[in-house]
Ligand binder design. Sequence first.
Ligand code: MG
Length: 376
Amino acid sequence: MKTTLSVIKADIGSIGGHVAPSQRAQRAVEDYIRDHTGDLLLDRYIAHTGDDIAILMSHTRGVADPSIHQLAWEAFRVAAEEARSEGLYGAGQDLLKDAFSGNVRGLGPAVAEMEFEERRSEAFLLFAADKTDPGAYNLPLYLAFADPMNTPGLILSPRMTKGFRFVIMDVAATAEDRLLELDAPEDLYLIAALLRDPERYVVESVWSRAGGEQTVAVATSRLHNIAGRYTGKDDPVMLVRVQMDFPAAGEILAPYAIGHFVGGGMRGSHQMPLMPVALNTGISYFDGPPIVSCAGFSLHQGRLTEAVDDFSQPFWNTVRDRVAAKAMEMRRQGFVGAAMLPMSELEYTGIAEILAALQKRFHARPPAAGTLPRAA
Ligand code: MG
C-alpha cells in the first residue's frame, strides 16, 4: 500500500495583528475536517505556527488529489468565515481566489506532499515556518543532505554516501514551474551557487540516490507571484522523511541551531534570523522573528502517532537566546542596507510607488551662477 502525506496550510486570520489564529478559527478547521473526512483520510493532525494553521493528512489518493485539496480548501473557507465573525486581522488573507479548481496551488494556501511505500518504521518531520519564505529551508537542507560537517551519516552510512538529488525551483518563473535536478556531491558548487539566493531559487524536493526514494517535500509557493502584490509572507511547510536511507532526525534538526538570516519579519520585508520554536508558538517582536516549528511523527498503515515537539527540548533555549540577540542587533540598523530585503522583493510593496514618484522629482543640477551655460 502506498501512503500519501499532504500538508496544506493557510493564514486565515489572526488575533491582535499577525500573531496567532483564534481557538475558534482553529477549531472550525478541526470540526470541518472531522465532519467531512468520510473515507478520504487515514489520519490527520492540525496545529498552528504563528498565524498559520497547518492540516497534515495521511491518505492513499496520491499527490495533488482534488478531493484532498478541496477538503482543506473548504475547511479554511469555513474557518475564514469564523475569523471574519470574530473580527480577526487579515481574515481569509491567504485565500486569494474565490473558485476552487481542483488544486490549492495558485490559490494562496501552501502545500507539500509525498507519496511512498511505507518503511517498516516510517519516521518523518513536519516543519512549519511563519514570517518567512520557502528559501528559508535552503541552508538547512544543503547542510543536512550535502555537508558531512553537519551530517556524519554522509560518511558513516554506506547507503547515504551515494548522495542525494536536489530538485531546485526558480520561483521567479510565473508562467510555468521551472525545475533543475542537481546531484550531491558531484554538483555541490552548482547547488550552492543557486541556493545562495533563497528569494529566487528554492529546494522543492530531495531524493535518495541509493534507493530513489523521496525524503523532502517543500511548499514553494510565492504569494506575491499569485497576488501580484504583497499580501503576506509565504510561510512554508515542509515534510522530511528521516532515518535509514535518509539523514537521522538530529542531522535534519542540527542546522536550525545556526539561526541563519532569512527574508521576512515585519511586513515580510526584512532580513531576520530564523528562530526554532515549540509547536503552537505565536509571533511577537517586530512581527517576528521568523519562526520554525517541527513536529516529529511515526506512521504505520497511514496512522499517525502523537506529535513529538522537536524544538521544545531545553537545548533550543540557548539557540533562541542567541537568535533573539541577533535579531535585536540587526534591528539596530532599521531600514538601512542589509536589514531590509533587496528591491526585487520590495517591489511588491508600496515603496515601489513612492520611489517612482520621487524619480520624477529628481532633476539635473542647474549651472552654477557665474559660469558659462552649457552649449546646446
Ligand atoms: Mg503567517
